[in-house]
Design a protein around this ligand. Structure first.
Ligand code: ZN
Length: 168
């Protein structure tokens, strides 16, 4: 379905999204900017939001961790543009666009997740369950084309090649 060079680009896309999740979700305090995040923003030419907006959004979103979603979204768009420029195939660009949308909802899910019934659990074990990065990372790759797969269940068809299974 895709050429070897397309596969290389798709693998690079998966890896870049993976890096984005890793760096963005490691930002402390929530909705802040740490050194790694500042570097990634700079790398993609994304200006951080203003202090006033940051304070306002921090209050509104109640993130448990991670960078502000609007900053993540801006980086995702920059990654999309880079991918679109590199790949000539319109259908791949469309697939990338749908992946960005998934990325956003998936990111918010991670960034706002708080372990449930922490109190009861803490009493039982004297140790609260911690939020953890999935062992395989946040972004899996399609075994067929190397494209990013964000659906954890792996039941959806790959947006890039239409087939493929999940590589975990
Ligand atoms: Zn695929």
């Amino acid at each position: 379905v895709t050429s070897t060079s397309d596969r290389g680009l798709l693998v690079a896309l998966s890896e870049e999204l993976s890096r984005l999740f890793d760096v963005a979700l490691a930002v402390e305090p929530p909705a802040g900017v740490n050194d790694a995040w500042a570097r990634l923003l700079h790398e993609y030419g994304v200006p951080p939001v203003s202090d006033a907006t940051r304070a306002e959004r921090r209050k509104a979103l109640n993130l448990a961790r991670g960078a502000l979603p609007e900053e993540v979204r801006a980086v995702v768009h920059a990654i999309a543009h880079r991918f679109a420029r590199a790949v000539g195939d319109q259908s791949l660009v469309e697939a990338a666009t749908s992946t960005w949308q998934q990325t956003e909802s998936q990111y918010l899910q991670h960034a706002t997740h708080r372990p449930k019934s922490m109190f009861a659990f803490a009493i039982a074990s004297a140790k609260a369950p911690a939020w953890q990065r999935p062992p395989g990372g946040f972004v899996a790759r399609c075994t067929e084309c190397g494209g990013p797969r964000l659906d954890a269940g792996g039941s959806l068809r790959c947006a890039f090649c239409g087939t493929g299974t999940l590589q975990t």
